[in-house]
Write a protein that binds this ligand. Structure first.
Ligand SMILES: [Zn+2]
Length: 149
């Protein structure tokens, strides 16, 4: 697992008008910026310094900095079975219908397809349903559903 984003800020460029850079603080305490100074030279740029100051001053009304919410990447969804008839998002949880036995391939494939459309990785989906769909591929599920619905 890579490091996780903790806070994220848009910081105004000093030199280019209306240009904003995205500054990110990670859970290991490291920082990154989307500006060339950071990307090409790993140099602690003005934007990172400005964001650090903003944090230190505890949301001082610094108009050069705007904090933006961290969007949870979809792989962070909690997967759990629920009494639902299709994949249902509830906060950061995806409720997955209980699988009837026997289960039609279409029904199972549709659930997998819906999970994929929420951005859940095939690897996670497989481990959830293990060993039922171990031989399935993402590509096959998508084309099967798109052909059959
Ligand atoms: Zn920068």
């Amino acid at each position: 697992m890579g490091k996780k984003k903790v806070r994220q800020f848009m910081v105004e460029s000093q030199s280019v008008r209306d240009k904003l850079y995205k500054v990110t603080l990670y859970d290991d305490g490291s920082w990154a910026c989307s500006c060339p100074a950071w990307i090409y030279r790993r140099y602690e740029c003005h934007h990172i310094v400005t964001a650090k100051q903003y944090l230190k001053n505890n949301k001082d009304n610094n108009s050069k900095v705007k904090e933006i919410p961290i969007i949870k990447i979809s792989n962070d969804y909690i997967l759990r079975p629920g009494k639902v008839d299709k994949v249902t998002k509830e906060g950061n949880t995806l409720l997955i219908p209980l699988i009837p036995i026997p289960c039609s391939t279409y029904y199972l494939a549709k659930i997998v397809y819906d999970l994929l459309s929420y951005g859940v990785s095939m690897k996670r989906i497989k481990s959830y349903f293990h060993p039922m769909i171990d031989s399935w591929t993402k590509k096959a599920v998508i084309s099967f559903i798109e052909k059959n619905s």
